[in-house]
Write a protein that binds this ligand. Sequence first.
Ligand code: PLP
Length: 388
Amino acid sequence: MRRVYLDNNASTPVLPEVLETMQPYFGEHFGNASSIHHHGQETRAAVERARQSVADLLGCRPAEVVFTGGGTEADNLAVFGLTAPGDHVITSTIEHHAVLNSCKHLTEKGIEVTSLPVDGRGLVDPDDLRRALRSNTKLVTIMFANNETGVIQPVDEIGKICTETEVYFHTDAVQAAGKVPLDVKTIGCDLLSISGHKIHAPQGVGALYVRKGTHLQPLFYGGSHERSRRAGTENVPGIVGLGKAAELALQGFARGDDKTLAALRDRLQQGILAQVDEAGVNGNGAPRVPNTTNLYFDHIEGEAIVIALDLKGLAVSTGAACSSGAIEPSHVLTAMGLSADRARASIRFSLGKQNTAEDIDFALALVPETIARLREISPVYGRQAARN
Ligand code: PLP
């Protein structure tokens, strides 16, 4: 059976070139990167090459890159590393749970948190940020691109406000890295998180950009790895994979891969909407990363769509992977003002570097017919359509 994977915001396949680069570090080059002998020097050199590649992707210095065990850890290190009781933190209502739940925990530690709302397009208003700032505001943590909708926040403007007011700015760029060019200086951020498995490197590795001179309390205590910012023997194969994926992402931008991806995404979105009534784009009118479209199909359950499409070989998602199967509608979509019903009727399609024009044809042949069939057998559809 043919299978097409359009859930790349959940995880991407490791690219063959990435796997090939990692392979020797599982066998031949196995040394601990902290060892002073030949084996350690070999892996240390590989880790530092990868650090340079990640720095090139982010527009920072290699010494400003801290390797972590993924995006969640990078977010936690940023949020907990900078704050102490008595501080005030500003975030948004649409953050990934890695930031959302970290901030929830801050409140239990005597740190006040303000969550900024978003408009119907999913955008934070920088003026709201200005109004929320207080004399004890220590950190602003607002994501670059949303994992469910792909909507890109006005991070440059947010960065400017934070620079002017001397407040630390962290941005979760897990869903932006590799999809849009990033430059920490243009953004004006002090901290920025990325994750390997969203950019065709393996799961369980990530990085946090930490601007030079920013003092972070570590999350764990141990050896002085990563300049004492992240104790623990480095995951050398994972880091090497992340470095290679960063290099490939940069080469991709130079070739215009992001534009090709946006064209495929747009064809998918327009093709579906041309054939399906009572459907639309969540985040319409906002800038979005090129690989994502989140669509609502009124009168049916997103979970039912995901299952029906999966049975036919197409993998998509109802939104954040961790909330799939949960009964609660997406916190991101409801924050944008969608009704609980419409939020539950929404599906995320997210493309990756491996997707082809034929994959889009496959999805276009499948999605409209599946929606029509589900609506036909839905008792809710009959009732709601009669009311309209
Ligand atoms: N932040 C965002 C926006 C994400 O989409 C994800 C993963 O879905 C994470 C953070 C967490 O990254 P990881 O899976 O590497 O822990």
